[in-house]
Ligand binder design. Sequence first.
Ligand code: NAP
Length: 252
Amino acid sequence: MDEATFHEFLVFGLLVFAGLTALGSIFVPAPYGRYARPRWAGPDLPTWLAWMLMELPQPVGFGLCLALAAAAPSAGAWALAGLWFFHYVYRTLIYPFLPRGGGLSLSVVLLGFALNAGFSYANGRWLFGLGPGRGADWLLDGRFLAGAGLFFLGFGLHTTSDAILRRLRPPGDRTYRIPAGGAFRWVSCPNYLGELVQWTGWALASWSLAGVCILAVSAANLVPRALRHHRWLKEHLPDYPPGRKALVPFVL
Ligand SMILES: NC(=O)c1ccc[n+]([C@@H]2O[C@H](COP(=O)([O-])OP(=O)(O)OC[C@H]3O[C@@H](n4cnc5c(N)ncnc54)[C@H](OP(=O)(O)O)[C@@H]3O)[C@@H](O)[C@H]2O)c1
């Protein structure tokens, strides 16, 4: 099998995985945070180590695709790589040291590691070899401009929303409280909304099926989880604002 065929199979496999995850997440939430199930999910790793390990294949895999590219990357590929590294330097090197929650179980870290390896290969190889090549003209294409705008909008939304959640707890505290301010005025999970807006931006800016994969798997995981978080918050926190939606302001 040549590499292009393997790449197509991988992208198709990730899309199928997204469908199965969406179905599975309706019944069983990923076992971390308030849904942790240590008995069968494996031992917890410390938060910083878990997030770093899980996200590491993204900058490393993508960096390898860039370093081993047969031809010099085009201007469009450099710009898209800039978006990718912007997010994953934050996720791999900064975010692991910020959360005020518990660790992540070994099974979640291993699954995340494998998926991230798949995403970085699918997107990196598409961008630096197997895709159509994005020249300098792509930088003025409406899809790239709108996608990059959405990417940064989403990034701003998930980082600021995660920061609001962190400020709810003093160090060492595990209590759940009602988040307020920012986009929490409208929804219970603006961090998930931001993540999904960001990957919608990536799919648009890269205009590729590999880009759709990371959006599809993120949505399959985060949409059911947002609905579950919303139900959980309403059940466990008296005075939870009744008009707040789960994920999409005024809609869902
Ligand atoms: N692309 C993807 O597929 C994907 C998948 C997962 C996560 N992510 C991103 O990774 C980041 C973290 O995700 P997550 O699932 O851990 O988010 P989360 O469930 O909202 O939790 C984020 C942090 O805030 C704490 N927290 C949540 N609600 C709280 C409340 N009401 N009161 C006090 N503390 C609260 C959590 O503590 P506990 O741990 O104790 O609950 C955790 O430390 C987000 O930006 C998300 O978008 C992306």
